[in-house]
Design a protein around this ligand. Sequence first.
Ligand SMILES: Cc1ncc(C[n+]2csc(CCOP(=O)(O)OP(=O)(O)O)c2C)c(N)n1
Length: 329
Amino acid sequence: MAPQGDVPLQGNVDVDAGTLERLYRGLRRIRRVEEEVARLYPSDKIKSPVHLSIGQEAIAVGVCDPLRADDVVAPTYRGHAAYLAKGGDLNGMMAELYGKVGGCARGKGGSMHLIGMERFILGASAVVGTTIPLALGFALALKREGKGRIAVAFFGDGATEEGVFYESLNFAALHRLPLLFVCENNFFAIHTPLEKRWATDRLCERVATYDIPTTKISDGDVIKIHAWTTESAAALRTGAGPRFLECHAWRWREHVGPGEDYDAGYRARADLAAWQQNDPVERIGGRIAAPVRAAVDAAIEREIADAVAFAEASPFPDAEELTAHVFAE
Ligand SMILES: Cc1ncc(C[n+]2csc(CCOP(=O)(O)OP(=O)(O)O)c2C)c(N)n1
């Protein structure tokens, strides 16, 4: 029952060159998309609030890369990274942020409500903790389906304070559901730090009492996250019960919006600097041959420019759309 602690993976884990390049592309693509969103934001073309995950990309990329295309993921309102990492359409995401009809939710949801069911990306919600029971329900359905598919619930440290988190841990463990719980612990719920919210920071120990194997990765290493997911997903496909991953991460920007908030006084810029020195985009990028990296980077810039052009060209939804898709038809 004891958590595996902070040294979860035996020996040095690494990946082959192809995977390394894929991980780099995934990390860099999300980083650049969100930087572009931040750059565009003051123009007021983006019509919804944005919760950027710059600095946290390694979790979505490390978890989603080993998944099967037909596995199900539930991203949060801070969900650009998981949406993109699971193969969500970038044009659809950008147009969604613009409130345009070409958006993945036809422009009616915005950044907090991305969805991509063709890639088994569940619709996100602004309500903290909702990914957990949603993914749990899908995990139950996938178990009954019996095709070896698994589900992933992404959620923040704040979501572990919701009662449904503990109900879901219990239900998933009791029924041995194929569900990966992935907690993105960035130490803050909006501006409130863990020390003011948790009696202890031993989250993995709490989860382990449900007889769920737990792992904590506190350095944001995408390769460790990838290794954990590869191993855990394989186990789940053959009937092992759920697993839990706590990943420490640093949200580089403000809670919501494109800027920084180090003058708000609730956290220190020195912490940002420490995490930036350990930036996975640069860490992985530094292992890619320079010409390959340049080609990947250039392709990403072209893709982003195309997505912005797509969003600009897409019309706003017609007024009749307002009541469409409200009830199941
Ligand atoms: C049920 C519920 N309670 C409160 C809020 C207000 N709220 C929005 S974001 C947030 C912080 C959540 O923190 P965390 O789960 O750690 O995710 P992060 O924003 O750090 O990614 C809160 C309390 C909400 N949206 N939903």
